[in-house]
Design a binder for this molecule. Structure first.
Ligand SMILES: *Cc1c(COP(=O)(O)O)cnc(C)c1O
Length: 397
């Protein structure tokens, strides 16, 4: 395998679901990645908002190895300590009372849809199953989660999608008020839309959504798979808005790169999941939950959320400076270290030029550059990316 060309081999044997950039990443440390030729890249993608504490974090690696030497896995037919400790941490630090563990974001959302439907079945309101989701949302690629996703390109080719999902424009309370009824079991949204373009709602809208759900007895589900675990400068993004959901889903950064997902609920809703109603073989498995617990404890001990909040403010200010200099930059937005910059030029050409200069950034929706580095990114690393973008943009004038 060693002298075989990895890229050529991949083209032959890997499903063609990803348009990959032509680099083979071999190793990482902190916010730096190295490719197979030894070239280094400062990483502003972090596995898409996953590796919040950076790559190959020694503390998490140790927790993972220590647990692997004791016990990899047992069935959820039995109790294990790391799983219970992780759930207790999440309950202690959030609005929620109960946690269901799974392995990915899509699975966490599947659990959320199931519990919302079951909640109303248990309350003898069997027709109350519709979920109102948002236009331009992203909730995953499984059949139910793509059905809940408000982007036609994600659904294309997979008709018929699952019934029971309706869509309204994000940040439009009138549209939601019109659609909500006693047939609706839940309103589903990302507090900040990630894949849809780093779209931030008006705080007044968020409060009004909560009020509307309370008035109609509708559950409010927040998909915090991208925004959760400190990304926006709060542990959970809902904290920015002074409201709480009834159900929340987590994944991405939960175990700093190991596959982990969780669905959190208030007690009243959590009761809808009893023995046999839902399950996952690997959900909450000891090795992953031990790594997740170490991730969360490190974030807490090292005040990473506060650090993210202040570096995010600095980073955004630097991006605004670029916007003031280049007319084709239409917008800068986001919270914490979930930042977007809408450019009137081909986004992927900027991404490719960044790769050439040793920086990984991400482009969504064609023209929105997204910056989602590890939360431990330094001011110097931010400054060098901004300098790099400045040089690239100067060439586009
Ligand atoms: C990434 C993401 C998902 C899907 O998570 P997977 O682990 O890829 O299934 C769902 N919702 C949001 C908001 C995401 O960012």
């Amino acid at each position: 395998m060693s002298d075989m060309n990895i890229k050529e081999q991949a083209e032959k044997v890997i499903a063609k679901t990803y348009a990959r950039f032509p680099i083979v990443i071999k190793r990482g440390s902190g916010c730096t990645l190295w490719d197979e030729d030894g070239k280094s890249y400062t990483d502003f993608v972090a596995g898409i908002a996953v590796c919040n504490l950076g790559h190959a974090h020694p503390g998490i690696a140790k927790a993972l190895c220590d647990q692997a030497k004791i016990l990899f896995h047992v069935s959820n037919l039995y109790y294990t300590q790391p799983q219970v400790e992780l759930a207790a941490w999440l309950v202690e630090h959030s609005f929620a009372d109960r946690v269901f563990f799974c392995n990915s974001g899509a699975e966490a959302n599947e659990a959320a849809f199931k519990i919302a439907r079951k909640y109303f079945k248990d309350r003898n309101e069997p027709d109350r199953f519709r979920i109102i989701a948002m236009e331009k949302s992203f909730h995953g690629r499984t059949m139910a989660t793509l059905s809940a996703t408000g982007q036609a390109k994600i659904k294309k080719g997979f008709d018929p999608t699952l019934q029971g999902f309706d869509f309204v424009p994000f940040n439009d309370i009138k549209a939601l008020r019109k659609k909500i009824s006693n047939k609706v079991c839940a309103v589903l949204m990302e507090p900040v839309q990630g894949e849809g373009g780093v779209r931030c709602p008006d705080p007044k809208y968020m409060k009004a959504v909560r009020r509307l759900c309370d008035e109609t007895g509708t559950l409010l589900i927040f998909d915090e798979i991208q925004t959760g675990i400190g990304r926006t400068g709060k542990l959970f993004a809902y904290e920015h808005f002074g409201i709480e959901p009834d159900v929340m889903t987590l994944a991405k950064a939960l175990a700093n790169g190991l596959p982990a997902g969780a669905m959190l609920a208030k007690e009243q809703v959590g009761e809808a999941f009893g023995p046999g109603s839902h399950a996952s073989t690997f959900g909450g498995t000891p090795v992953v939950t031990a790594a997740s617990l170490e991730t969360l404890r490190t974030i807490e001990k090292e005040n990473i959320v506060e650090y993210c909040s202040s570096t995010g403010v600095y980073f955004k200010k630097r991006l605004y400076e670029l916007k003031n200099r280049y007319d084709f930059i239409e917008d800068v937005r986001g919270f914490g270290l979930l930042l977007g910059m809408k450019v009137g030029i081909e986004g992927n050409s900027v991404v490719n030029e960044c790769i050439n200069r040793g920086f990984l950034i991400n482009c969504i929706q064609g023209k929105i550059l997204r910056f989602i580095p590890p939360l431990i990114i330094s001011i110097e690393e931010i400054d060098s990316l901004v300098d790099c973008l400045d040089k690239i943009f100067a060439g586009h004038l």
